[in-house]
Design a protein around this ligand. Structure first.
Ligand code: PGA
Length: 247
């Protein structure tokens, strides 16, 4: 069970450090793993402030190459050096606004695993795809390509997390129902079972994301196929994120 907050493009380095200091006592007793995915510029300060606590630090993206002429990009080693242990890969906003594809997601997954960063791989269908009845096909394709040439040992030893985030539920206040979220997380687990065996599939953390709030988190996380959440808007409020992490 892992609950991760995705801050997106919010908070200066100083605001970020002040925020996590407020958050530390609120999640100190959480049974779930707690992660905050902060802007690159906040990584060193936040990682320093969280040393010795149960909160882990994530970046929100990385480049798949190790270094070179990629203006504005950031490498896995840079993230590690700045204090990140996790990295979000293939968030729908990256896919939608920055041209990320299943293929770049796959490259990034390999880069993250090789560097010892835990990937949180995001997948999810659009509203149109759900209406067309192709949700399972879309999500299976995304997960299958994201994990191409990732072996079963690497899958488990990396701690790789899959986040199911229906695009129509992100930032819209339209949460998937518990049943819808559980069903698709089950589809993902079924695919992992086909690829890696049922035993391995059981061990992979599959999160739900999309308008998770302090009031709906408990029910969502109680569903059998849902192993936690990736939380956007509500992760920017320490009280709300505290409730969610403890749910
Ligand atoms: P939201 O975002 O919780 O604000 O819907 C979730 C996400 O984008 O990870």
């Amino acid at each position: 069970m892992i609950v991760a907050g995705n801050w997106k493009m919010n908070k200066t380095p100083a605001e970020a450090v002040a925020f996590v200091k407020e958050l530390i006592p609120k999640v100190a007793g959480a049974k779930a793993g707690v992660v905050v995915a902060v802007p690159f510029t906040a990584l060193p300060g936040v990682a320093g402030a969280l040393k010795g606590t149960n909160i882990k630090v994530a970046a929100q993206n990385l480049h798949f190459e190790a270094k070179g002429a990629y203006t504005g990009e950031i490498s896995a080693d840079m993230l590690k050096g700045a204090g990140a242990e996790y990295v979000i890969i293939g968030h729908s906003e990256r896919r939608q606004y920055f041209g990320e594809t299943d293929e770049t997601v796959n490259k990034k997954v390999h880069t993250a695993i090789a560097a010892g960063l835990v990937p949180i791989v995001c997948v999810g269908e659009s509203r149109t795809e759900r209406e067309q009845g192709v949700t399972a096909e879309v999500v299976r394709r995304q997960v299958k390509i994201a994990l191409l040439n990732v072996g079963g040992d690497a899958l488990l030893s990396s701690g790789l997390v899959v986040a199911y985030e229906p695009i129509w539920a992100i930032g819209t206040g339209l949460t998937a129902t518990n049943e819808q979220a559980n069903e698709v997380c089950g589809v993902i687990r079924g695919l992992l079972g086909e690829l890696y065996g049922a035993g391995a599939a059981k061990k992979v953390c599959i999160q739900y994301g999309g308008s998770v709030t302090a009031s709906n988190a408990k029910e969502l996380f109680a569903m059998p196929e849902i192993d936690g959440g990736l939380v956007g808007g509500a992760s920017l409020k320490a009280d709300d994120f505290g409730v969610i992490a403890n749910a």
